[in-house]
Design a protein around this ligand. Structure first.
Ligand code: DAH
Length: 345
């Protein structure tokens, strides 16, 4: 037995292993070289008969060869495994980047709130948040709607079972965002440009009302503010939120907290004001507005002789439905987990 023979055997083994086509052949080679009666094993068995000097040299060379062959078999085995995975009919490329799963998105109302804030933000309106649970005084009295006033019937409200405050009255889930007008006047001095967006509550449930809904309230107070400013801001908002072909129409109305009061209509997105099956008149009502009543200014601590202002309060849900082309005629859908509806967006 000599070292060269072992070297040759090792080289021969490794090159056969590298050429092996499948695991079966690999196993056959393993048995041929390393099996109990294999080439290397046979030589190892002869070791005890050798002289001690030779035994050492041949022994370590045999061990090296055995280790190298084992390693070659292992490497080839994993290469074959990977190849068979790739070559199978239904193969899996484990190195390919994963597929991107669809991610969730903000609720449509949250998206609308962000858009509304951004449109008003561009012309210097400050976004504020006032309590969703209010005191009666802020929601009604301060807005020129005394306890016994019939207008208050329109605001059927959710009252909280709490002890009333001696001056501010009962606690109420804010029935509209107009209470924010008073809070803003108390918080800061004119000039004021506020946009207050909040969740509101009133006990109604039908195709156009949900007990929880959202409003956005605007308030502008400065010296010499008049109706032309109101109209300019509305024109700007309607084009920038609803789109370039949308127009406004103002109609006289009545609210306790504005004088004069107006309702804002927007032309129908389908017929652009001509009148169609959906809108009939060519217009859709968005909500109320007007010049802030002097008593309301006073209640907010603003001198009506020095300052004037205008206000508006509109529904986020309604605005969103009007923007989306009225393909939704039931506001309740916005709060139902109906995937067919969500997928429209
Ligand atoms: N707060 C009124 C409502 O909920 C809407 C409204 C009307 C707000 C006129 C205003 C306004 O600021 O000037 O029906």
């Amino acid at each position: 037995m000599d070292i060269n023979k072992i070297q040759n055997l090792r080289n021969q083994a490794i090159s056969s292993i590298l050429e092996a086509k499948d695991k079966k052949e690999l196993e056959r080679l393993r048995i041929y070289y390393l099996g109990r009666k294999g080439e290397i094993s046979q030589l190892i068995k002869k070791l005890p008969k050798l002289e001690s000097e030779e035994k050492k040299e041949i022994g370590s060379s045999l061990n090296d060869a055995k280790r190298a062959i084992e390693e070659a078999i292992q490497n080839k085995s994993s290469t074959i495994s990977h190849q068979s995975l790739v070559m199978d009919k239904e193969w899996l490329d484990v190195t390919a980047p994963g597929e991107k799963l669809p991610q969730g998105h903000l609720h449509l109302i949250s998206q609308a709130i962000r858009e509304i804030s951004a449109v008003f933000g561009k012309i210097g309106f400050t976004r504020v948040n006032y309590p969703e649970v209010e005191r009666e005084w802020y929601s009604f009295e301060a807005l020129n709607m005394p306890q016994d006033h019939p207008a208050r019937d329109d605001y059927e409200s959710f009252f909280l079972d709490q002890k009333p405050h001696s001056k501010l009255g009962r606690m109420v889930i804010t029935p509209h965002t107009s209470s924010g007008q008073i809070r803003e006047m108390q918080r800061t001095k004119p000039p004021i440009r506020m946009i207050n967006i909040s969740r509101c509550g009133r006990p109604n449930y039908d195709a156009t009302h949900t007990p929880t809904f959202h409003q956005f309230e605007g308030l502008v107070i400065d010296k010499n503010i008049n109706l032309t400013h109101l109209k300019g801001i509305f024109d700007y908002f309607v084009v920038n939120f609803f789109g370039p072909k949308r127009k406004i129409r103002l109609r006289p109305f009545h609210f306790q907290f504005t004088e004069p009061s107006l309702e804002l209509d927007i032309n129908c997105p389908l017929c652009l004001g001509k009148g169609c099956k959906v809108c009939k008149s060519g217009w859709h009502e968005l909500g109320g507005s007007g010049m802030v009543h002097p008593l309301v200014l006073k209640n907010g601590g603003v001198d009506p002789k020095k300052y004037s202002g205008f206000a508006f309060g509109w529904g986020v849900e309604r605005a969103y439905l009007m923007k989306s082309g009225l393909n939704l005629n039931d506001v309740r859908l916005l709060y139902e987990p109906d995937l067919r509806f969500i997928n429209q967006f």
